[in-house]
Design a protein around this ligand. Structure first.
Ligand code: NOJ
Length: 710
């Protein structure tokens, strides 16, 4: 048995015993440092305002990519070997959709409806980022948006709380692995807790007015699912929740998160989240900010300054030492669970031997093609036949843009390593002549290069127009009132459509964009999002039919900004919303442009014979591939509860699954319903309530009503 100087150093002891032992040896100053996070070196988020700190080895956490493991280890050595207690630092960084291997932005990944894709991508990101010194990623984002003007829609998993929870849990499994204490894993951080997506009018960092009901019904469930999956940390959000800012919100941070969900990890604030309490009109006194946040349950301060006031607060009796101890306990618990005491240093390897490996790039391509959504395919324009197409015009700024594929929030992803459509297309169409012309850029008013693009279209059998938002238009602090494509891109498409060749439109974006004017100008439309390294090849897999598109929208696309907020699971109106006097807009078709769950395939599916057995609460439906190609169908099961004391959404997703079917193949699918999980609703206190009565289940156009008694 090895001898340990102090019990906390002994890995054979239970974590709680190690935490207790270490805590009782710490001075107040050492405790305070564990609750502070500073930045040094490179910080790739331009919205993290400020200039960084000077390093001190007793600090709890550093937000930084230090330029590699060697630097990180050198700083870590100071903490582990040169301080009294040798507490390792936890190194946090934003790894949002890949480290060096770029995966589709999370919103796109959600459109794959495949949690395995999310998990596998996060696994790769964990391995790659750990190899360069990261212990902890500020991901996944589980905010549920109803407003595409808010630029951060790209970073989450769409508008459905159940889906966000399922993908969030998959991300946690991917980042943390089966044993988060092992090298090669990173701790996940669920953000932003909670309700940030409700930011008024799509402004970033804005006030949120959230009823208790919406908080529990919409915003909290994804976090609960990911906490249950074992997430080690959460980040409190920037928003002021109905008068009590999230960073100082005892109800969400303690009563819900700790008391009800039994979360045992720690909560970090967002960047300056504590000192921003002044802007929010909560308090201008830094000591009071510190007291409010810490006693609400916000353990660590990101970009720390207010938490310096802890000693003064303790001295004056305004803060109890027990509150500080509990926060430190949570931070230490995660440091032990993360294995930092056993593996404080990361192995110094050449990142090139870990990152951008063939398997990871293949995974990115698989994720990309599964995430893209086919929105239109008039007269089977797609797939294209590489044997018969003599010439293709490739037009538009996306065709050569590596940054658009890298996607919003690329952190250290190097766009130079990302292949473009222009580079990749020829290998998929070796017999076709390819005429490339950009036509225009994303934002300028110049039509100078239209003529070349028109000429390219004129000499080709078919035109692929690749346009989009362009890099940097979505993400943090990227709110837009106009979500149509910028610049002269629509005008370019008009001119190209007028040439009269079949037009395949590829649209890249990080948010829903406005399609009404684009749609009539193209024969086929593939929404390609921002899909990372595999974007171009994944797109070509779909264009050639090597992959049958299976993506379905995880977020509603409106016809007009005037329809926002727009989302599928809204509550019923007092009058039938389809009727003339149902409160519709008089100047617009009220339906979404493309609804949640929408997406076409090269084959067709038929649902039939939905049956429900009330005795054992099972539902069955037959799904048949009625087309000529094999395909992957996402089956969405929706529940409606048309009569309830607390009125319910028109429908809500209660389950989804993916089924692979050969042409002509048929499967009988079964869904086991659970009273409390599927039929009960969540009341404004967060309690699940089952009301006996009438329910309606819908799946793929099939509908069945059933009654469940007490
Ligand atoms: C602000 C963002 O809101 C948050 O998501 C991010 O993790 C931190 N800054 C750190 O970059």
């Amino acid at each position: 048995m090895p001898e340990y100087e102090f019990p906390y150093r002994n890995p054979a002891l239970p974590i709680e015993q190690r935490v207790d032992d270490l805590l009782k040896r710490m001075t107040l100053e050492e405790k305070v440092d564990q609750l502070m996070q500073i930045t040094i070196g490179a910080d790739t988020n331009p919205n993290n305002l400020g200039s960084g700190h000077s390093f001190r080895p007793t600090i709890g956490s550093v937000l930084s990519y230090c330029g590699g493991t060697r630097n990180r280890n050198a700083f870590q050595r100071l903490a582990v070997e040169e301080t009294r207690l040798g507490i390792p630092i936890i190194w946090g960084f934003d790894v949002i959709h890949g480290w060096r291997t770029a995966f589709p932005i999370p919103l796109a990944q959600a459109c794959s409806w495949n949690p395995d894709i999310v998990e596998a991508g996060c696994r790769v990101a964990a391995r790659e980022s750990y190899a360069e010194g990261v212990d902890w990623t500020f991901s996944p984002m589980l905010d549920v948006p109803h407003d595409p003007r808010w630029g951060r829609v790209m970073e989450g998993y769409g508008e459905d709380p159940l889906a966000a929870g399922i993908f969030g849990a998959a991300a946690v499994r991917g980042y943390q692995g089966e044993d988060p204490s092992q090298p090669g894993t990173v701790a996940a951080c669920l953000k932003h807790f909670v309700g940030y997506a409700a930011s008024e009018a799509g402004h970033d960092y804005a006030y949120t007015d959230i009823s208790s009901r919406t908080l529990h019904e919409t915003y909290l469930p994804p976090f609960q699912a990911a906490v249950e999956a074992g997430a080690m940390t959460l980040m409190s959000s920037f928003n002021d929740i109905t008068g009590t800012p999230a960073v100082a919100n005892h109800y969400t941070l303690t009563e819900v998160l700790r008391d009800r969900w039994h979360f045992r990890g720690f909560v970090v604030s967002d960047w300056d989240g504590v000192v921003q309490l002044a802007h929010q009109g909560y308090t201008t006194n830094p000591a009071e900010m510190c007291r409010a946040a810490l006693s609400a349950g916000n353990d660590m301060e990101m970009n720390s300054s207010a938490y310096r006031n802890i000693p003064t607060l303790i001295e004056s009796g305004r803060l109890k030492i027990e509150v500080v101890d509990e926060a430190v306990r949570r931070v230490l618990r995660i440091k032990f669970a993360k294995g930092l005491f056993e593996h404080p240093y990361h192995e110094e390897v050449d990142p090139g031997t870990v990152s951008l490996q063939p398997k990871a790039l293949e995974l990115s391509r698989a994720a990309a093609r599964a995430s893209m959504v086919l929105l239109k395919n008039e007269k089977n324009t797609l797939p294209l036949n590489p044997d018969t197409l003599r010439s293709i015009a490739l037009i538009g700024p996306v065709a050569t843009d590596r940054e658009a594929s890298a996607g919003a929030w690329p952190a250290i992803i190097d766009p130079k390593t990302i292949p473009t459509l222009q580079e990749v297309l020829p290998s998929f169409f070796p017999k076709s002549e390819i005429h490339y012309a950009p036509g225009c850029d994303y934002t300028s008013d110049s039509t100078e290069h239209f003529a070349e693009a028109i000429a390219a279209a004129e000499k080709s059998d078919l035109v692929i127009v690749a346009i989009g938002e362009g890099a940097g238009r979505t993400g943090e602090n990227r709110s837009y009132t106009n979500i149509a494509l910028p610049g002269k891109q629509l005008e370019l498409l008009r001119k190209i459509a007028a040439v009269g060749r079949p037009v395949v439109l590829l649209v890249s974006s990080g948010r829903p964009i406005l399609y009404p004017e684009l749609e009539p100008l193209a024969n086929a439309i593939l929404h390609i999002w921002e899909c990372g390294h595999g974007a171009a090849a994944g797109c070509c897999d779909i264009l050639t039919g090597a992959y049958n598109p299976s993506g379905r929208l995880a977020i509603t696309f409106p016809r007009s900004v005037g329809q926002i907020p727009i989302y599928y699971n809204h509550h019923p109106r007092a009058r039938d919303e389809k009727a003339e006097w149902g409160g519709r807009y008089f100047d617009l078709d009220d339906s979404p442009m493309y609804p949640f769950g929408y997406g076409l395939s090269y084959t067709s599916y038929e649902y039939s014979d939905l049956e429900i057995s009330v005795e054992d609460l099972t539902a069955q439906v037959t799904l048949r591939n009625t087309g000529k190609r094999a395909g992957r169908e996402t089956v969405f099961w929706y529940l409606s509860d048309p009569e309830a004391k607390l009125t319910q959404p028109l429908r809500r997703l209660i389950a989804f699954e993916q089924v692979d079917l050969a042409p002509g193949e048929e499967r009988r699918l079964t869904l086991q319903l659970d009273r409390m999980h599927d039929l009960a609703y969540i009341d404004p206190t967060g309690k699940k309530v089952f009301e006996p009565g009438r329910f309606i289940l819908t799946v793929g156009g099939e509908k069945a009503e059933f009654v469940v008694a007490e």
